[in-house]
Design a protein around this ligand. Structure first.
Ligand SMILES: [Zn+2]
Length: 736
């Protein structure tokens, strides 16, 4: 297991991301910079123990050298010759001392966080978040946590890449640059109006080509073919870019190789908006009876909404996801045709997809009503569907969004590839892969050792942990030059406008989504370029994004305990989602099939309620005692499980082989583990309102530290926290 091996001297990479705008500094100057800031901090410190440690670093080596020189001179003068053998041994002594402390630039940054964010006037047994992060404000400008800061850095890197006008042989990179350039042009005041006029003309032509009865007096009902009409109007909906809208239903992939049919939302269109949009496209060609037509469109929309809302969204997964595609397709035979048309290989890949399609939220019981509505008046249906399509196309403007953000949002996978190619230390891949396996082993051990679960639960739980799939950053097959180009098939003409480019990207993105389901494309294309990791309930898979396994949370040169405390807890958290209160409904293949023993499930729900209560009574730094753990329970369970298994993994390390961190040579590694774990969530006061926080699925950052570690017995032991102190409550919540 990699994390318990003695750490080798790794090849390090200068963290370009750390000083993105400053002049290039040598490693030495970086060390000086950080040392200076830590020494400033130490001058104000009240901790005599640490000050001694600091002195040792600053003066230890020169004093040693002076002593060595004096000793050598004495030897020369008294014996008349030099004992070279002894000198060599002394040099070895120096080397040995050197390897005990990690001195890579990345470790020095870590040391900087631990020194400078820490507020040692706070009692760690009272408030560990404040103890570890109390001075974070003095060193950071980004709201939220370190991961958000990293995401901001990523944006800057992509922006720089886009602004640099370097030619590339990569089609996807050129698409990124083309989108960026045309986006900037469309914001240029001098040509903005001309571009907009051309765009509206293209949209109008498209609508006319499809056949829009309200603008075409020659339109005949006999020409109405629902499947053909729908085939022409899919668009990717905003948000996670994993949902394709068809006006009367949506299809989407839930970050797993599955397709859901149904609707998550049916946006309401008011009379004024519909009329304005139609007039914007048709201008003087709008029909004279437009008001009546708009009323019909709105009426259709209202009826459709009522059908979709007729069955409220259920929390019961059995009702939520039904494997009944054949029946759905029999009731309205368009779905096989539409999905085939989105697969790059068409019918040839259909066999790999057809068993992975699910009706969402009792869709089957709605489909007959939708069919009746659609065929009631074909002219109104066609007017409505083409209108919906046109209104989706109208949103293809950059608006106020910055152009590099437009590129990141619409081309996340090519953007990730740019980051990996130019800024990512690939040495992390093997390390993180090993770390995932170590955490998985600890997870299985935790299940094996659990004293309260019955055999049925244990067997199902272990089977799920063993089968859990993983993607570490990027599938190797996409690494090859041209591999992404082959899949992301966009034929751009240099004269293509922003609008046309976006349309082509949309089309290619829809193909990728479906090709992912058929396994013709190796990676879920719908993610955000961010420092994050995700678990998919429907795929029983974890996905660790490359930016997470990078500065500041991870580096190959980190001591193993820092790797575990940094992203090991996060990996454990993602695996833990397979066992949160929702995750236990899905088996090892991500299929709804509960495997918990019924009596165990009751007990497990009580354990979840323990966390909810803790959160409800938690006195948060930003919100006081006003939080509600009902929405955050899944995340808190994942946190709890993540810390449990990370600590188990940590306990397997041979700490005598672990390097120290500068300035913490005298501190226990156990203490460092917890402090590093806490710095992940360091953040200033929350910028959210209480209302916004209550809508979030994640608990507050301070709870993610204090709540988490207060439940860990080892924390109280490490910091000698008296029983009953805030970080050592008598009642602790545990899972397995
Ligand atoms: Zn989570």
């Amino acid at each position: 297991m990699a994390v318990i091996e003695k750490s080798k001297t790794p090849k390090t990479k200068t963290p370009k991301t750390t000083f993105p705008t400053g002049p290039k500094k040598s490693k030495k100057s970086k060390i000086r910079k950080v040392t200076k800031s830590t020494s400033t901090k130490k001058e104000n410190s009240n901790s005599p123990k640490k000050r001694n440690g600091k002195k040792c670093i600053l003066y230890g080596i020169p004093i040693f050298i002076i002593f060595a020189l004096v000793a050598a001179l004495i030897v020369v003068f008294t014996l008349g010759n030099v004992n070279f053998g002894k000198d060599k041994e002394e040099v070895k002594e120096v080397d040995k001392k050197e390897v005990e402390v990690c001195k890579t630039p990345e470790c020095i940054i870590l040391a900087h966080h631990l020194h400078n964010w820490n507020d040692d006037s706070v009692d760690p047994c009272k408030d560990f978040f404040k103890y570890s992060c109390g001075k974070y404000n003095e060193h950071n400008t980004v709201e939220y946590s370190q991961m958000s800061k990293k995401t901001e850095i990523l944006k800057g890197l992509i922006k720089e890449f886009l602004k640099k006008n370097e030619s590339s042989s990569s089609k996807t990179e050129n698409t990124m640059k083309h989108l960026f350039r045309t986006c900037e042009e469309s914001k240029d005041e001098s040509i903005k109006d001309k571009i907009e006029k051309e765009r509206i003309e293209v949209i109008k032509q498209e609508a006319m080509n499809i056949g829009w009865p309200l603008a075409d007096p020659t339109w005949r009902e006999s020409s109405f073919d629902l499947a053909e009409l729908l085939e022409q109007i899919p668009t990717i909906l905003d948000g996670e870019r994993n949902e394709i809208g068809y006006g009367i239903f949506n299809i989407w992939t839930p970050s797993a190789r599955k397709i859901f049919i149904g609707t998550t939302t049916e946006s309401f269109t008011d009379f004024g908006t519909v009329k304005r949009n139609i007039l914007q496209v048709l201008g003087k060609d709008a029909p004279s009876n437009l008001d009546n037509i708009v009323k019909e469109i709105n009426e259709f929309s209202k009826e459709l909404r009522a059908i979709h809302a007729s069955i409220p969204l259920s929390d019961d997964p059995n009702q939520k996801y039904s494997n009944n595609f054949e029946e759905i397709n029999d009731a309205l035979p368009v779905f096989d045709y539409l999905i085939k048309s989105l697969l790059s290989k068409g019918s040839r890949s259909w066999g790999k997809v057809k068993n992975k399609i699910y009706g969402y939220n009792s869709f089957l019981s709605k489909i007959e009503k939708i069919r009746d509505l659609v065929y009631k008046d074909k002219r109104i249906t066609a007017n409505y569907l083409v209108y919906k399509y046109v209104s989706n196309l109208l949103r293809f403007t950059p608006g106020y969004v910055e152009c590099h953000q437009v590129v990141i949002d619409n081309l996340p996978l090519p953007s990730l590839r740019v980051f990996i190619r130019n800024h990512f230390d690939k040495g992390a891949l093997k390390d993180v892969d090993n770390l995932v396996e170590d955490i998985r082993s600890s997870f299985i051990e935790m299940l094996e050792k659990s004293e309260w679960i019955r055999e049925k639960t244990r067997i199902g739980a272990i089977r799920k942990a063993k089968a859990m799939k993983k993607t570490i950053s990027y599938p190797p097959e996409l690494e090859k030059p041209g591999a992404l180009d082959k899949h992301f098939n966009i034929q751009l003409d240099p004269s293509d406008s922003y609008y046309l480019t976006m349309r082509k990207i949309d089309k290619a993105s829809m193909n990728l989504l479906m090709d992912y389901v058929s396994s013709d494309f190796p990676m879920g294309p719908h993610f955000t370029l961010s420092s994050n990791a995700v678990y998919s309930y429907f795929g029983n898979s974890i996905n660790i994004y490359a930016p997470l396994m990078d500065d500041p949370l991870f580096h190959s040169s980190f001591p193993n305990y820092a790797k575990i405390a940094g992203i090991g807890i996060i990996i454990g958290h993602e695996i833990g989602h397979g066992y949160d209160i929702f995750g236990i409904n899905f088996d090892e293949n991500g299929i709804f099939k509960p495997w918990f023993d019924a009596a165990d499930q009751k007990e497990y729900e009580n354990k979840a309620a323990c966390l909810t209560n803790q959160y409800n009574n938690y006195d948060d730094h930003s919100f006081g005692k006003k939080l509600n753990g009902t929405f955050t329970v899944k995340e808190m369970m994942a946190d709890e499980l993540g810390q449990d298994v990370a600590w188990r993994t940590f306990k397997k390390l041979d700490l005598s082989q672990e390097k120290k961190i500068i300035g913490f040579e005298d501190d226990s590694i156990e203490k460092l583990y917890f402090q590093i774990g806490a710095t992940t969530w360091c953040s200033p006061r929350s910028p959210l309102t209480l209302q916004q926080q209550l809508m979030r699925s994640h608990p507050t950052y301070s709870f993610r530290v204090n709540g988490l570690f207060a439940n860990e017995k080892a924390f109280a032991e490490t910091f000698n926290c008296p029983a009953g102190s805030p970080m050592n409550p008598v009642k602790k919540c545990t899972m397995f």
